[in-house]
Design a protein around this ligand. Structure first.
Ligand code: AMP
Length: 832
């Protein structure tokens, strides 16, 4: 095995050897620069490290492979996360590599024979007199003239950022770039072949600069996913990731060039990675793990061209394809067989010559493919409409930049690969229709605008009959439900969740023996059980007397069945038999967090490390609910007793009976039935019934402060002064004494810095105004940030509004801990 040659030896013999052999000396480990006389030799250890210590460049071998590559990875992340590979197509098979810089500024990798280059960066356009190669702190490996400003991109003769592998780092750009040589470079991400092989794989992510530039993933050069054009705030097909979203990223988009950079959270480590199974992920490093904060493809509508021309896809309905209004299926037979790929055709031809055509507004769309559409900047929407009408080939138009409400996009061919999102997520598309179709298109959208006898016969009468039949069916269903033992087969099919037989669960829980009772929540008791020899389960038995709980039960099933995250309790199945409704969960052997924090018999004391991990775990679980799915989920009852702990004390959020789903941009909702728990409810929820992800953030803040102090925020029976944890924490924090409120048993195990950071984040979460509270992604970023705590914003004084409602409070069936404030008749409906 060849070893690194060290310059430190003074032996004369060795000196002669050094003079005779080439290269003379190798670079020393930890330096950030390579020069022609100091190559990097693969000794399994030596590597360049960027001056700020963020990135490392050297030879590496992927896990499970004996091949050697030159790559760049994060210096401080323990699990080697490689962000760039030089010789991805030509690995070395032994520990013999040599990365060197020629005197004209070309980087080369040679193997054992030290002569044949297996990889080269190519000669720079203009020769360099005294070149050096340097790994920079943003992960860019650059060749430049020695002595020039290290970070000035104008001084780079070559940079690795122009030749990405599968990862886009902040500061990198995707798209086309003209090199100094005049050559046009396409900058794309290409997935690894597999997790052990960095060779170019099947999937490529990049920007198609034709027409209005769009993001694409290609699979073996064929389009696989289309992210659509940039509309000033988001890519039309990526409505969840918006400009400056949550202070993490911002796009900078010029015609053929996209770059992205972190905005406010300078210490947050983020990357985009195209993985080998075809998923593009946005990952954030938070306390020892990579969190996937967004990914694509996510649902069936992300499958490109699933629905053919002039039809659009909706992920939440079946079949997913729908013709645009006033269009009908091109191939009715295939369409009937749920194959929408032939798309749709116009019912009435356009009448351009007589100028009678008009436009139908299709709202909330992912715009059709823009690779062949015409872009006219600086044109108003009215001008755009006129331009479309003046062109007989024009099929549709849309706004180019929704921020400035300007610019014009025109389609002169079929409209392909459209999706219609939930309300508020997409953009308006103006589809050209013949005059004769305009009325029917609007009618199909809003039948209530119609009037007259015709409408009575064609709309009202059938509707009345349908309504009547529905009432009859509903009555029969109610009757059957009450008087017979029905197995709800039809409902169960939709649940996609294992259905357990009642006898199996009875066996598992010893017929719901009181000895197996784990606890009692708002909707009934929870029992421990055992399926077979191995699997321990927890069975939540909805109380038969609780008519209130049926909706919540269904809510919980439908919701949790769709959720998978290591910080959410896992639902294994359900049982609906006769009047019995059971939810079967994974068993959490350490029970709920409240027992550890406030339980009378606190046998185990949670040290600071355990508490800190619980805070982070709950934050991750909540981040997943709020941001990581196209739908936002508001839990509405986050509290210590709803945090369960597994055998390793990992926290899992449970009890989704109160949870609500929000569609896309929908950010808040109002209910007349305020449900929640004493001490955890935000002021706007208690006072006005307004709930949003920010009301969960409030509850999270309360939880954090309880975890730190070991005290309940509101203890029934305590006086207001005694129980005002939030107010006390704020005052103590202002006076720099908040460690006085910390559980005294921590002793020396406490990490003062972490506690103060958590207190500050907790106080930011419990601010009175929802808009002052951070989102969960900011919460997580703040919790794990290495920045000085003083850089975090100063929290405003909390105002605990649920004290104003003490008189109106009515305790729910969970006894002391849960309550329902019902100031109005209960008319709330589940969004589900
Ligand atoms: P819940 O109705 O979800 O609030 O649950 C009531 C109580 O039952 C909790 O506070 C826990 O003590 C216990 N419990 C609920 N689910 C589980 C589970 N999966 N594993 C262990 N204990 C549980």
């Amino acid at each position: 095995m060849e070893r690194r040659i060290s310059c430190s030896s003074s032996s004369a013999l060795f000196f002669v050897f050094l003079l005779l052999s080439w290269p003379a000396c190798s670079v020393s480990s930890g330096a950030d620069t390579l020069s022609p006389d100091r190559p990097l030799l693969d000794d399994g250890v030596t590597a360049l490290v960027s001056s700020g210590g963020r990135f490392r460049l050297g030879f590496f071998g992927p896990n499970g492979s004996t091949n050697r590559y030159v790559g760049i990875w994060y210096n401080n992340i323990p699990d080697q996360t490689v962000v760039w590979v030089a010789n991805r197509r030509h690995p070395l098979t032994t520990l013999s590599g040599n990365l060197s810089l020629t005197t004209n500024g070309t980087l080369t990798i040679t193997g054992e024979d030290n002569t044949t280059a297996i990889w080269s960066s190519g000669s720079p356009a203009s020769g360099l007199r005294n070149p050096v190669a340097r790994i920079l702190d943003d992960g860019n490996f650059v060749v430049q003239e020695a002595g020039s400003n290290g970070n000035d991109s104008n001084s780079f003769a070559w940079q690795s950022f122009d030749f990405p592998t599968d990862t886009l780092l902040p500061g990198m750009a995707l798209g086309q770039k003209q090199l100094r040589t005049g050559a046009i470079l396409n900058i794309n991400l290409t997935a690894w072949m597999s997790s052990t092989d960095p060779a170019p794989g099947q999937y490529v992510f990049g920007l198609d600069v034709r027409g209005d530039p769009q993001l694409f993933i290609w699979s073996d050069t064929r389009p696989y996913w289309r992210g659509g054009p940039w509309n000033g705030r988001w890519f039309s097909g990526v409505p969840e990731v918006r400009d400056g979203a949550d202070g993490v990223i911002s796009f900078n988009f010029n015609k053929d060039h996209l770059s992205y950079r972190p905005v406010s959270q300078s210490s947050t480590i983020v990357r985009w990675t195209m993985n080998s199974s075809g998923q593009l992920q946005l990952l954030v490093w938070a306390e020892q793990s990579w969190i996937v904060s967004w990914y694509i493809p996510k649902d069936r509508c992300d499958q490109i061209f699933l629905c053919g021309p002039n039809s659009y896809c909706r992920s939440n309905i079946s079949p997913p394809c729908t013709c645009l209004p006033a269009f009908h299926p091109r191939n009715q037979r295939n369409w009937n067989m749920l194959d929408g790929s032939d798309g749709c055709t116009r019912t009435t031809p356009l009448d351009c010559l007589n100028n009678t055509d008009g436009f139908f507004t299709q709202s909330d769309t992912k715009l059709p493919d823009t690779s062949r559409s015409t872009v006219v900047a600086n044109l108003s929407l009215e001008g755009c409409r006129a331009l479309c009408l003046s062109n007989c080939s024009c099929r549709a138009y849309a706004e180019l930049d929704i921020r400035t409400a300007s610019g014009c996009l025109i389609w002169t061919e079929d409209l392909t690969d459209m999706t219609v999102y939930q309300r508020g997520l997409g953009q308006d598309l103006y589809v050209r229709l013949a005059a004769a179709d305009l009325a029917s298109a609007s009618a199909s959208e809003s039948s209530h605008h119609h009037s007259g006898r015709n409408i009575l016969l064609t709309v009202v009468l059938p509707l009345a009959i349908l309504l009547f039949l529905a009432c009859v069916a509903y009555s029969i269903w109610r009757w059957k439900k009450r008087f017979s033992q029905i197995h709800y087969e039809a409902e169960d099919k939709d649940m996609e969740l294992p259905l357990f037989d009642l006898n199996t669960i009875k066996d598992a829980t010893d017929d719901f023996s009181p000895d197996n009772k784990l606890g009692e929540g708002g909707f009934g008791p929870v029992y421990k059980g055992k399926l077979g020899e191995e699997q321990e389960i927890a069975v939540k038995r909805l109380s038969k007397t609780s008519t209130q709980g049926v909706d919540e039960f269904k809510n919980e099933i439908t919701l949790i069945a769709k959720l998978q995250h290591r910080n959410l309790v896992k639902l294994l199945g359900c049982c609906i038999q006769g009047e019995e409704r059971l939810l079967i969960y994974e068993y959490m052997s350490n029970g709920s967090l409240d027992n550890f924090l406030f339980g009378e018999a606190q046998t185990v004391f949670l040290d600071w490390r355990a508490r800190y991990n619980i805070i982070l775990g709950v934050a991750r679980g909540l981040l997943y609910l709020h941001h990581d799915s196209r739908l936002r989920i508001v839990h509405r009852d986050l509290k210590a007793s709803n945090i369960l702990l597994d055998k390793d004390m990992n926290p899992k959020i449970s009890d989704f009976g109160m949870a609500r789903i929000f569609g896309g941009d929908e950010s808040e909702s109002i209910t007349k039935r305020v449900v929640g728990t004493y001490g955890y409810m935000s002021p706007e929820y208690v006072m006005d019934g307004i709930f949003s992800i920010k009301s969960d953030v409030f509850s999270f803040g309360v939880l954090v402060l309880e975890i730190i102090s070991g005290k309940r925020n509101r203890n029934v029976g305590q006086s207001m002064e005694q129980s005002n944890l939030l107010g006390n924490m704020w005052i103590m924090s202002k006076e720099g004494k908040c460690l006085d409120l910390v559980d005294t048993k921590f002793g020396h195990l406490l990490s003062e810095n972490e506690v103060l950071r958590c207190v500050k984040v907790g106080l930011l979460c419990v601010q009175k105004q929802p808009e002052d509270r951070p989102t969960m992604s900011s919460v997580l970023a703040m919790l794990v940030s290495v920045d000085n705590i003083s850089l975090l914003p100063e929290p405003k004084q909390p105002d605990q509004a649920d004290r104003h409602h003490d008189k109106d409070c009515k305790l729910g069936d969970s006894g002391m801990s849960s309550l329902q404030l019902v100031p109005y008749p209960d008319t709330a409906t589940n969004i589900l």
